[in-house]
Design a protein around this ligand. Sequence first.
Ligand code: SF4
Length: 240
Amino acid sequence: MKPIYTPKGKAGEYGDLAVNIYTGCPHRCFYCFAPGVLRKEREQFHTCVEPRPGIVDAVKRQLDQEGITGKLIHLCFTCDPYPEGCDSTATREIIKAIKDAGNHVQILTKGSGRRDFDLLDSGDWYGVTISCWDGNALWDEPWASLPSDRCRDVAYARDAGIKTWVSFEPVLDADLVLRTLMGSGILFDRVKIGKLNYHPSNIDWAEFGRNAEAICQARGLDYYIKDDLRKEMEEHDENA
Ligand code: SF4
């Protein structure tokens, strides 16, 4: 098993290298794409959550054999590195191995990685997904941590000198994202924004994207608009 890989397609917009640590994810986000990618039954994906067999040793071996160093490695795409209610010791072991080999990590979670902040430094990124706020999250991401708790962790990460980022993907509440962007200069070093795919939405993506970009530019934020959303904005411009 070579668990460190180069993500392709939409995932490729998030990082050069990545590792997926767990077999599933208990958070049950309604928009979760991972069971489809992994060709797993949705119920099985959300209930059978454990470290992939031999994952820690396989990561250590690959780092050593391929001399992977000086890279930024994303955790995780097809699972969450901090699955709520599950033992995430494997995540800590993998962060240690990645950093011992001279790399940095880019974490993205809807759980809490605060336990591992002692391993991270100013070359690492701690990020959270914010798609909606607490009330709606109880329906849309029922077993993830509350978005307000995720933001609290980000504030702790910032205080600890770790770089912070937010993934507004998929956007479920356009007003929330625009409001958060207005105030996000103090919390996030980098912002990524992406639309909801494969599910119905009444958001006008072109208008939302333009407004989001205008706020990012006015506030001098380090931002990235994902290709799908950028395409909606460009198609609208062409048709105007
Ligand atoms: S946190 Fe990510 S992997 Fe887990 S259920 Fe939600 S979308 Fe899927």
